[in-house]
Design a protein around this ligand. Structure first.
Ligand code: AMP
Ligand code: ZN
Length: 243
């Protein structure tokens, strides 16, 4: 379907000389200014006072109206309903303490990635953003580092269960052993190959146990793949206690 209207001329005037970005920024500024206006006289103030529910309700309504406009093949209404949606989306972002810049950043991150590949990687990327071990790797959360190279990071467990308790993780976010793929072979091999040296150098010269808790049954708590190196000078006892 091609909804372009023949003969439509861009109206002249300041607003039409502005770039899309400028219009969105100006609208965002106007929304921010009206936020503190009197809800009796300002639609925006009233909308933001009831956020997020008031805005979410409107977004639902406007989406339905946009669908109808498309079904009716009515270009003027499609533009109008789309504009309403954009306005309410900006209001929603403002109410969440965000701005259109956050959306632009997200779009920029996707630039050059195919839609399907982006969708596939989105889960991992969003997971990684809130991931405590990714934040440790970035130095945003302190840790007692014992080793690092370009692929893996090793640090002392915050609640050691034995005198030696080290966690070794891939620097790149991998949620668990259930999520590994072909491209993870090298980093997993590196974790295994470094384990003995890390154990010996940190006080477990006579062996150790390597545990990778995985998923619900494995009672994995932190959703960033990690190998526990557990040891010391005394034997560890049974591997898994009976039920
Ligand atoms: P798991 O149950 O296999 O997911 O183990 C997660 C481990 O991460 C536990 O042994 C925690 O003590 C450890 N842990 C959680 N947060 C931190 C942290 N900030 N620094 C070091 N170890 C941590
Ligand atoms: Zn992570």
């Amino acid at each position: 379907m091609d909804f372009r209207r023949p003969g439509i001329e861009r109206a002249k005037g300041d607003l039409f000389e502005m770039s899309t970005n400028e219009i969105l920024n100006r609208l965002s500024e106007t929304l921010a200014l009206r936020r503190n206006a009197d809800p009796e006289t300002s639609y925006t103030a009233k909308l933001l006072a009831g956020a997020p529910d008031s805005i979410l309700k409107k977004i639902g309504e406007e989406s339905a109206e946009l669908i109808m406009a498309v079904k009716d093949e009515d270009p003027a209404r499609i533009a109008c309903e789309s504009a309403d949606l954009v306005y309410h989306m900006l209001a929603l972002l403002l109410s969440c303490g965000m701005s259109f810049d956050d959306v632009t950043r997200e779009l920029a991150l996707r630039e050059g990635i195919s839609g399907l590949a982006e969708k596939k990687s989105r889960g991992a990327r969003l997971d990684a953003e809130g991931c405590i071990f990714c934040r440790i790797v970035k130095g945003e959360i302190p840790s007692q580092r014992v080793y690092e190279d370009e692929e893996i990071y090793a640090f002392k467990d915050i609640h050691p269960v034995r005198p030696v308790h080290i966690l070794v993780i891939p620097k790149r976010h991998i949620a668990s052993l259930s999520d590994v793929g072909e491209t993870d072979r090298a980093v997993l091999g590196r974790i295994l190959c470094e384990a003995n040296r890390l154990a010996v150098e940190n006080g477990s010269p006579d062996g150790f146990r390597l545990i990778i808790n995985t998923g619900r049954v494995g009672q994995q708590e932190v959703r960033h793949l990690h190998a526990h190196i557990i040891g010391g000078t005394l034997p560890l006892g049974p591997m898994v206690r009976g039920e």
